[in-house]
Design a protein around this ligand. Structure first.
Ligand code: FAD
Length: 473
C-alpha cells in the first residue's frame, strides 16, 4: 500500500482493498526526491513530519508498521518489490502533473514485471475528467460546473477503517523519520505552527467537529471576516489527505436539516471549488506554470525585488495586506478573503507576476495544494479560466474597512498599529500627526509608508492591461 497524499486509515479505498484481499500488507510512504520536483515547501515539511508520525501510530493500532523510503518513486517501488516479493501495489490516485506522470511510469514498469498496480479514487468526490460541458470539453466557469456536479455527482458514503492491516513476517528496511530533517532547527520557526495546528486525522476530526458545532451554521454570514473564526480550517488536513472530502460531506449531511440552508450550501460550494480546481489542473496540465489565458504571456510584469520582499514580509504599508502576510508567515495559513486582497495587491498594485505569489504561498502555506493554489492565483491575476477580470482592482483600504471594520484583524497581526483609532486603521498615513503620536506610530520608522500610492498603482495596472491587450490584438 503506497501512501502519498492520503495519510489516513479511514475512508481510504486503496487501504481497504488491500485489507479486504486478506494478504499481508506493507504500508509505505516514499519521500519523492527528484531534481525536477519540489514536493513540499518549508511549512508543509513540518506538517508532513507530524502527519507521518500520526499515520504511523494509526497503522500500528491496526497491526501494521509504516515503512519510510526516500528517493525516486520508481526505484524505491522496484526495490521494495524485490525485498518483499509483493505481487500487487495499491494506491489512491493523485492529480498533479508530476503525480500523474510518475504513477503512469510506475504502473507501466510494474505491468512489464507482471506485478499488478491498482489505483483508486479517494482524494476527490469526482474524477476530474468525468464532467463535460455541453460542448463536450472541460468546464472553464465554476457556476455551470457546480450545477453539473450537484446534478450528477452523489458523493459516496465514507468507507470504514479496516479492522486490521496485517503485516508480513519480515518487513523491508525503513528510514527513520527524524533522519529526514523535515523540522526546522536553526532557527526553529515552527512555534506558530505548533500553536495553531494538530496534524493527523485526530486533529482533522476535532477541527471538523468544532466547525460543525459552531461554524457551519453561520458560515455564509461570517466566512468573509478574517477576524472571526468563521471557516473550517480543514484545508491542510485535506491537502495531506488526513480526512477525505467524502467524510466532510457526509458529516455535513447529518446536520444539514438542523441548520440554515444558505450556510450549508455555501460550504458545500467551497468544497466543490476544490474539485473545480482539480478539474482545471487535470484538463490544463500547464496550469502551474502557464497562463490559462495566453494573452497574459504578453503582460508587462515589473521586476522589483524590494517590492516582492516588502510584500513577503508584510511591510507594504497597507495594513490589511501586511496583516495577511504576517498571519501566513506565523501560522502557515491565511484567511481566504485576505488571500484575495494580498494576491490582487501583488499582481495589480505591484505589477509582479502571479508566479512569484504562487511560489511564496507554496513555501509558506500548510495547505499548499497543487490545484487550489495555482487555480486561485490565476483567478486573482485575471489570467485564469474562471477569473476575476484584471481591470477589477481590489482597493486594500476599502476592503479592509468592509471586512475588518473595527480593525481587529489588523491590530492582531500588525501590533505596532494597535493603538491607531478605527477611523485610520486601514489608512494610517491619513491620520493627523497628533493621533499618530498618541498611537506611538512614526511612519517610515515603526511602520512603513505605503510602498506604492493606491491611485497611481491602479492607473499603472490599468495601463499595463491595455498594453497587453494592444500587443495581443
Ligand atoms: P473553508 O472556508 O472552511 O472551506 C472548506 C474547504 O473548501 C477548504 O478547506 C478548501 O479545501 C475548500 N476551498 C475553500 N475555498 C476554496 C477555493 N477558493 N478554492 C479551492 N478550494 C477551496 N486553498 C488550498 O487548499 N490550498 C492552497 O494552496 C490555496 N491557495 C490559495 C491561493 C490564493 C491566492 C487564494 C485566493 C486562495 C487559495 N486557496 C487555497 C483557497 C482558500 O483560500 C482556502 O482553501 C481556504 O482559505 C482554506 O481555509 P478553510 O479550510 O478554513 O476553508
Amino acid at each position: 500500500m503506497w501512501f502519498r497524499d492520503d495519510l489516513r486509515v479511514s475512508d481510504n479505498p486503496a487501504l481497504k482493498a488491500a485489507a479486504d484481499s486478506g494478504q499481508p500488507i506493507v504500508a509505505v510512504f516514499v519521500f519523492e526526491t527528484n531534481e525536477n520536483h519540489t514536493p513540499y515547501g518549508g511549512a508543509q515539511r513540518w506538517w508532513l513530519h507530524h502527519s507521518l508520525s500520526a499515520l504511523s501510530n494509526d497503522l500500528e493500532a491496526l497491526g501494521a508498521k509504516l515503512v519510510l523510503r526516500r528517493g525516486d518513486a520508481l526505484t524505491q517501488m522496484m526495490s521494495l518489490i524485490e525485498e518483499t516479493g509483493a505481487g500487487t501495489v495499491v494506491w489512491n490516485r493523485r492529480y498533479s502533473r508530476f503525480g500523474i506522470e510518475t504513477d503512469t511510469e510506475v504502473k507501466a514498469t510494474l505491468g512489464e514485471k507482471g506485478i499488478s498496480a491498482l489505483s483508486f479514487g479517494g482524494r476527490l468526490m469526482h474524477e476530474p475528467t468525468q464532467l463535460r460541458s455541453g460542448t463536450g470539453g472541460a468546464y472553464r466557469v465554476y457556476t455551470p460546473f457546480w450545477k453539473m456536479f450537484s446534478a450528477s455527482v452523489t458523493p459516496r458514503a465514507p468507507l470504514p477503517k479496516p479492522l486490521m492491516v496485517p503485516s508480513p513476517e519480515t518487513l523491508p528496511k525503513s528510514d527513520r523519520l527524524e533522519d529526514w530533517s523535515l523540522l526546522p532547527k536553526t532557527p526553529d520557526w515552527s512555534g506558530g505552527l505548533v500553536d495553531n495546528w494538530t496534524p493527523g486525522t485526530d486533529g482533522a476530526i476535532i477541527r471538523l467537529e468544532n466547525f460543525i458545532a459552531s461554524g457551519l451554521g453561520t458560515y455564509d454570514k461570517e466566512r468573509d471576516f478574517p477576524a472571526v473564526d468563521g471557516t473550517s480550517g480543514l484545508s491542510p488536513h485535506l491537502a495531506f489527505g488526513e480526512i477525505s472530502p467524502f467524510q466532510i460531506w457526509a458529516r455535513v449531511d447529518q446536520v444539514a436539516d438542523e441548520l440554515p440552508t444558505d450556510d450549508v450550501t455555501t460550504f458545500r460550494k467551497e468544497l466543490v471549488w476544490r474539485e473545480f480546481a482539480y478539474h482545471l489542473l487535470v484538463n490544463f496540465t500547464e496550469l502551474k506554470t502557464h497562463n490559462y489565458n495566453a494573452q497574459f504571456d504578453r503582460f508587462p510584469w515589473d521586476e522589483n525585488e524590494a517590492h516582492l520582499c516588502a510584500w513577503q514580509n508584510g511591510q507594504t504599508g497597507y495594513p490589511i495586506v501586511d496583516a495577511g502576510m504576517r498571519q501566513l508567515y506565523e501560522t502557515g495559513w491565511m484567511h481566504n478573503r485576505v488571500r484575495m486582497i494580498v494576491g490582487s495587491f501583488l499582481v495589480k498594485h505591484l505589477l509582479l507576476d502571479w508566479r512569484h505569489g504562487e511560489a511564496w504561498f507554496w513555501d509558506t502555506l500548510v495547505d499548499a495544494d497543487a490545484a487550489s493554489n495555482t487555480a486561485s492565483w490565476q483567478w486573482v491575476a485575471g489570467s485564469g479560466a474562471d477569473a476575476s477580470p484584471y481591470f477589477r482592482i481590489f482597493n486594500p483600504i476599502t476592503q479592509g474597512e468592509k471586512f475588518d471594520a473595527d480593525g481587529a484583524y489588523v491590530k492582531k497581526w500588525v501590533p505596532e498599529l494597535a493603538k491607531v483609532p478605527t477611523k485610520f486603521i486601514h489608512k494610517p498615513w491619513e491620520a493627523p500627526r497628533k493621533i499618530l503620536d498618541f498611537a506611538d506610530v512614526v511612519l517610515g520608522e515603526t511602520y512603513p509608508h505605503p510602498i506604492v500610492d493606491h491611485k497611481q498603482a491602479r492607473e499603472r495596472a490599468l495601463d499595463a492591461y491595455q498594453t497587453m491587450r494592444g500587443l495581443a490584438a
